[in-house]
Design a protein around this ligand. Structure first.
Ligand SMILES: NC(=O)c1ccc[n+]([C@@H]2O[C@H](COP(=O)([O-])OP(=O)(O)OC[C@H]3O[C@@H](n4cnc5c(N)ncnc54)[C@H](O)[C@@H]3O)[C@@H](O)[C@H]2O)c1
Length: 390
């Protein structure tokens, strides 16, 4: 069980680009990072509107002189200080991730970046090489995969509790974009424009979360081929999609299907996954993240509860609240940030042995998400044809 201990040598001096007063995801980052004392927020370039960004930073308790107009000023001024920032979170719209990540790495700063990481696999591979050369960490905030029961599912699969995996059923949908975009907020406008969102809308926005979750639960399986059907029900969003279905064939013969949509009218947002094996199945949803359905063929269905001693060590070790109290999204983000802090700390100490055995969503996880997107788009553009996964 985690108890707020720092678990690293000393708190990391941390800054944010994006995630300002109007940003949707900024608070999740601060909740995740600041909870365990592993990060100390020292600076930010929080907003495209420099004055609003400065005002916001000051309201968080930062010195006004360390609330910068943009990331370039942040990097220049912070790297000139002895007590300058060491790790920077990038919580800006997708199109700027690559440029800001590269600038941070070039300046010797560790990066924690939002998903989808970049637009292309080529960009991911270039950044991976740069990070390797500079001895720096790039973490990716797949914020749902810090839930203890996600790791319980992974442990059950690894131990063979479910038998051979046959079916992978993934869904992340909501209905918040069921109407057209007239008068839509900025956060919707940039998401539906290929210049700012990249080659996909919902596949990248929510599908990559599911894909990474499935990689955690099924690290031994690889997608061999896939078929993607995508559609913009609101025509102005084309060529990007607000709805998609992906069928996947895995290298052990398993079959997968994934449904992502932002036009599931009336749906308040639900992420659901079911992993079906030859003996039993597990099913988890972020609507009830404390509970895991465990269905053994021929036996009464069970609900496993977070924090209970009958769980595997992998699920118990990262529980924060204990079985009596609810565990939620903030706890999951705290775990993600803690794992990334441990990776940065180990990198600073040159402890490659620790890094080898340490789980955290890093550059490879970000790259695989972008690779999956490229394959989905290739299939969709070929008329929803089956394509070999490359
Ligand atoms: N991991 C998750 O669960 C999750 C959830 C939501 C969003 N996201 C990702 O987070 C990123 C941001 O999404 P959002 O929904 O918060 O967007 P948003 O439009 O709500 O907010 C973006 C914020 O970034 C600021 N900004 C934009 N460009 C900037 C720049 N160059 N420098 C400084 N600040 C800048 C804006 O002023 C705003 O505060 C996206 O990549 C998105 O995919 C991830």
């Amino acid at each position: 069980m985690l108890n707020g201990e720092k678990l690293i040598s000393r708190p990391l001096r941390w800054g944010m680009v994006g995630g300002g007063r109007t940003g949707q995801v900024g608070y999740k980052h601060r909740t995740g990072a600041l909870r365990d004392g592993t990060y100390q927020l020292v600076c930010g370039a929080f907003d495209l509107d420099a004055a609003r960004g400065r005002d916001f930073g000051v309201s968080l308790g930062l010195e006004a002189g360390r609330c910068y107009a943009d990331y370039k000023e942040l990097i220049a001024k912070e790297t000139a200080r002895e007590d300058g920032v060491e790790a920077v979170t990038i919580a800006t719209p997708n199109f700027s991730h690559y440029e800001i990540t590269k600038a941070c790495l070039d300046a010797g700063l560790h990066v924690i970046c939002e998903k989808p990481l970049f637009f292309t696999v080529a960009e991911c591979e270039e950044i991976e090489k740069l990070a390797e050369k500079e001895g720096l960490i790039v973490g990716v905030t797949y914020g749902y995969t810090g839930h203890p029961l996600v790791h319980q599912m992974a442990a059950m699969v690894a131990k063979g509790t479910l038998g051979e995996i046959r079916i992978v059923d993934l869904q992340y949908t909501h209905g918040f974009n069921a109407s057209d975009d007239a008068g839509a907020p900025e956060a919707v406008k940039w998401r539906t424009n290929p210049l700012t969102a990249g080659p996909t809308f919902v596949l990248g926005d929510i599908g990559t979360h599911l894909y990474y979750l499935s990689e955690i639960v099924l690290p031994h399986l690889k997608v061999e081929k896939l078929l993607c059907d995508r559609k913009a029900f609101i025509p102005s969003r084309a060529p990007l999609e607000d709805h998609a279905t992906v069928l996947m064939h895995y290298d052990n013969g398993a079959r997968g299907r994934l449904w992502v949509s932002s036009v599931n009218a009336g749906n308040m947002g639900s992420q659901r996954c079911r992993f079906v094996g030859s003996k039993a199945s597990v099913e988890w949803s972020d609507s009830h993240p404390d509970q895991l359905l465990y269905d053994v063929q021929g036996e009464p269905n069970r609900i496993l509860h977070h924090g209970m001693p009958y769980l595997e060590e992998e699920g118990l070790a990262i529980d924060r609240m204990g079985a009596l109290h609810t565990e939620g999204l903030g706890d999951s983000w705290s775990n993600i940030y803690l794992w990334i802090a441990q990776a940065i700390d180990a990198k600073k100490r040159g402890d490659e042995a620790f890094l080898k055995g340490h789980h955290y969503p890093g550059i490879k996880a970000g790259t695989e998400g972008v690779r999956w997107l490229e394959n989905c788009v290739r299939s969709a553009d070929a008329g929803s044809a089956w394509v070999e996964f490359k």
